[in-house]
Write a protein that binds this ligand. Sequence first.
Ligand code: 0O2
Ligand code: 0O2
Length: 214
Amino acid sequence: MGQWERFLEPYKHAVDELKVKLKSMRTQFELENRTSPIEFVTGRVKPLASIYDKTLEKGIAFEPSEELTMEIQDIAGLRMMCQFVDDIETVVTLMRERNDFRIVEERDYISNKKPSGYRSYHMIIEYPVQTIHGEKKILAEVQIRTLAMNFWASIEHSLNYKYKGIFPEEIKNRLQYAAEAAFRLDEEMSLIRDEIQEAQKYFSEYKKGGSNRS
Ligand code: 0O2
Ligand code: 0O2
């Protein structure tokens, strides 16, 4: 087995476990007939090509090492998507109350958006993975954001990749405008939150009724 495969195995293990655990938070709300603040959860191990790019950016050697482990904190990455901005605070509180990992750092790019227009709440956690040689603590990054923030970030991420971070002026301006539009969308949706949630509850009860009938 290659050295990278061996190095990345605990990260894959952590992403798989954390996906199950974080998705279960949503299920638990549903079982209690409560509206979940979590819409969906995704996770990934950073692809080797992205790890390579990051090592160039940070000026560190591209090899499995303690330095790489400490410097690249999102080799294991999870995302929790919420419908409303207020849900993010609820999820952050739930995360702080857990005792299966330790929160190492929190970065609030919602109160302090990045110059690009990026908004999201980041948590760096230290997660213990059980290996055949005992416990191994690894770092993982959890990004908590609304669907609108996620939409903007995914589009900007693809364009960033295409233009290698150097956007033509028009694209840059449009992205700034789109970031403001996403912000306003979040605000508008928050204003009719009760209405939306009542409709969603009604819809999910209707669906359950349908499956009972079949
Ligand atoms: P791209 O090109 O990266 O945008 P399942 O296990 O079936 O429930 P599923 O549908 O396989 O879940 O999705 P998964 O594997 O949980 O999530 C995969 C997508 O989410 C990938 O995008 C990841 O790149 C992205 N992703 C999830 N979490 C993170 C994260 O913390 N950081 C980053 N950068 N990406 C994340 P795609 O669809 O492959 O496309
Ligand atoms: P990818 O491809 O998503 O994995 P560092 O990771 O140390 O360089 P920093 O500034 O210490 O960066 O960490 P930060 O900014 O808290 O988190 C980095 C991750 O947040 C990025 O990972 C992105 O997933 C996301 N992110 C941060 N800024 C932006 C932005 O302006 N636009 C978009 N679309 N995403 C952003 P990677 O490794 O850069 O990319």
